[in-house]
Design a protein around this ligand. Sequence first.
Ligand code: DC
Length: 219
Amino acid sequence: MLNIAIDGPAGAGKSTIAKAVSKKLGIVYLDTGAMYRGAAYAALKRGLDVNDASQIEPFLSGLEMSIECGDVQQIIVNGENVTPFIREHKISKAASDISKLPAVRLKLVELQREIAGRTACVLDGRDIGSYVLPDAEYKFFVTASPEERANRRFKELREKGSDLTYEEILADIKDRDYNDSHRAFAPLVQVADARLIDTTALTVDEAVGAVLRIIEGEK
Ligand code: DC
């Protein structure tokens, strides 16, 4: 099965690139971050502490998650479509926190491997090339400077009416980078066989083109 892994820090452009590449190749896009966000949202809704394994582990045994891939991927958690709620600002940090717990990762990675095993797809995340699918046919590590990522997020959130400042967003991005790359189990890391795409000075089209040239050049 054709699997393309796109890993990298928050706000580097992974999902934009992954969506465009999946469309161009006519395969599915799987946003694995949305799965951690869905789990975090459901845990917070139950009033649980996303940093506390003793609260999250029992919650996981009753957690049913299903994914409907499509133009806008839908995440259904325990029968509720949580898609509209998982992009809220507070869910970003909660997803990063809950994703540190090995039991959470094991459960969601199982679902990711199951989908990738039966569907040609582009997956974006933090540990796809290093842990979820170490044999993925293509691996990319997409990054950009923290300042550029904060700048993009700032503009995006502004358009949605958020009043967070650039400084607050930059601090959150740095905090999440630290959290995601310093956890003990399957941290964010650039593996040796991943191609580096630094989007700091690239337009979306240039970044997508760089990825497609590598894939099409090697077909
Ligand atoms: O890509 P994102 O911002 O939607 O991801 C939210 C959080 O989920 C991220 O900060 C860390 C976690 N995550 C992860 O640990 N592993 C993945 N494969 C994807 C996301």
